[in-house]
Design a protein around this ligand. Sequence first.
Ligand SMILES: [Zn+2]
Length: 253
Amino acid sequence: MKFTNKQIDRYSRQIILKKIGVVGQKKILKSSVLIVGAGGLGSPIAIYLAASGVGKIGIVDKDNVQISNLTRQIIFDTKDLKKRKSSTAISKLKKINPSIQLHSFNENLTKNNINIIAKHYNLIVDGSDNFRTRFLINDYCLQNKKILISGAISKFDGQVYTFNFKKKKSPCLRCFIPHMPANPDRDSCESEGVLGTLGGIIGTIQANEVIKEILDIGDTLCGYILIVDGLKLTFRKVKLNKRSDCNCNEKNK
Ligand SMILES: [Zn+2]
């Protein structure tokens, strides 16, 4: 892959970084990331990854834009109301970076379609709003040894965790939450509320972790959960151990 002058100009502020350089920027351009959920987390994740030059981005979301989304789903504006989220988000990303590959999936991720949709992507970013999807993505990434960067927001708080199933010692979501919680389809932002800026804080940290995983730089969050309290403004990194009776021990040998 040879850079054009336009690409060198566009990515110059990243290329100039010693830990990235031309080699690192090429890695970013060759990477493929699937974003699950074009919501409060998916919006900043998608914007930053497209702007950074991730070469192939897919967005999965079945919803249409509603007015109550606009406090945090910053990839949409008032003119987008009632439009499909996945394709509308993609058309915004095209304006940010026209030279990358973009794909929209206007469907809910299920056990029937996850293999078909996710197989073309090396890295999955979970910005979904319910536990059923979170568990489905965890199990898929574990089975297929992919990197999963997951985030969650509720009220004034948020969490980020990374599972790199290419590494044998990586815990999984089930080590942390052994059983699917009651009401797995419940959207906590809808039932409990959320401050819009939390989507920006957590989603941007997720995008940052994606770039680090692509480049293999810095300290990975794998094996930890980052707990953010937006009111006290504390960031706690808590060790997340592999649970000896979790079935990820069987699958991730
Ligand atoms: Zn596990």
